[in-house]
Write a protein that binds this ligand. Structure first.
Ligand SMILES: [Zn+2]
Ligand SMILES: [Zn+2]
Length: 356
């Protein structure tokens, strides 16, 4: 029995991706539907058996250690015992095309693209242009892989003596599609080029939301094929001062001086749309929260322009000076003496008592 790594033409330390890639290329080459040469079927079975072991991390490590797996199921030609051959081939094709080959090969692959959206764009919605990479069709072979035996129809008409019989094309197994043998490209495709799509982004979008654009995915090399889908994933860029909270609320941490908290102060806080006056009452504790209703972000409403808005939450902090001059120090020492003369607050008493 041949070494499984040799069968797939990979090194022993090959990555799972490389194994899959090599298997895919070889399986396409020796698939009995496209390769009618003697021995192709045997070769194809051998490839499938090798791939079954090496694509499974458990089986692969077992094989690496013992040179064998389980009850030798993977040995040449034995894996498929009791399983109809066409089922095995369907399995293989499902892995590549994600389902029924007759349906799935027609549509091009899905492309993922990312849209960076600012808070301002979340607020108002926007029309944005999204750049993405899309593979180009090979100029040499034009990406055409129409089955020459049935001209892409997938069926053949057989004229008998008495009747005309319509039968599925054996060369392409009724798909109308064969793998491309072109030295200029990979399956009809060449390197990806930048493409651009314009799309409206509704207000209130959140990071991770996905929008589908049909027809902007990879092109199809199938004669009746259509381009795949483009999925645009939203990434909302962090704002320098506002933090996004759930359901439309945004948080602004607003630092004040100790004296301002004690004495109170009227301040102007920034919002997403200009400034608003906020009255900090005297004796405000650090961490206190002030809420401006409806000054947050829109709450996403399935792309509708009718939506509610969250709140702007202002949380006051305290700014402790790190460099102070002599005058400031003197005042603070005096303040500390005054503080020490006051009785402890109830809260402090509770804390101190619990510590004993
Ligand atoms: Zn080509
Ligand atoms: Zn055909």
């Amino acid at each position: 029995m041949r070494n499984l790594y040799e069968v797939l033409g990979v090194e022993k330390n090959a990555s799972a991706d490389d194994i899959k890639k090599n298997y895919r290329n070889l399986a396409m080459k020796f698939h009995p539907d496209v390769n009618r040469e003697k021995g192709a079927e045997e070769k194809f079975k051998e490839l499938s058996n090798a791939y079954e072991v090496l694509s499974d991390p458990n089986k692969r490590s077992q094989y690496d250690m013992n040179g064998t797996v389980g009850n030798n199921r993977f040995q040449n030609g034995q894996q498929n015992q009791g399983k109809p051959y066409s089922t095995v081939m369907d399995d293989i094709f499902s892995q590549f095309f994600g389902g029924d080959r007759r349906r799935q090969v027609i549509k091009g692959d899905t492309i993922l693209a990312y849209a960076n959206i600012t808070f301002d764009q979340v607020l108002k919605g926007c029309d944005t242009s999204i750049k993405f990479l899309r593979k180009t069709i090979c100029e040499k072979c034009k990406g055409k892989n129409i089955c020459p035996h049935c001209n892409g129809s997938g069926s053949r008409t057989i004229h008998g003596m008495q009747m005309v019989v319509q039968s599925s094309c054996h060369a392409c197994n009724g798909t109308g599609y064969i793998s491309i043998n072109c030295d200029e490209c990979q399956g009809g495709f060449k390197e990806a080029k930048e493409d651009i799509v314009y799309m409206p982004i509704p207000p209130g979008v959140e990071t991770g939301m996905r929008f589908l654009r049909q027809g902007y995915g990879e092109l199809s090399t199938h004669p009746q094929g259509i381009a795949g889908d483009l999925i645009v994933v939203i990434q909302v860029v962090d704002h320098p001062i506002f933090k996004r909270l759930p359901v439309g609320d945004i948080l602004l941490e607003y630092p004040l001086n100790y004296a301002d908290l004690v004495l109170g102060k009227e301040v102007e806080v920034p919002t997403l749309e200009g400034k608003l006056k906020l009255n900090i009452p005297s004796g405000t504790q650090m961490g206190s929260i002030f809420r401006f209703q409806g000054s947050g972000l829109p709450i996403y409403n399935q792309g509708s322009t009718i939506y509610q808005r969250g709140d702007l939450i202002v949380q006051v902090g305290i700014e402790v000076p790190t460099e102070i001059d002599d005058e400031y120090r003197e005042v603070l020492i005096k303040l500390k003496e005054l503080d020490n003369q006051k009785p402890l607050s109830n809260k402090r008493q509770t804390i101190d008592n619990l510590g004993e």
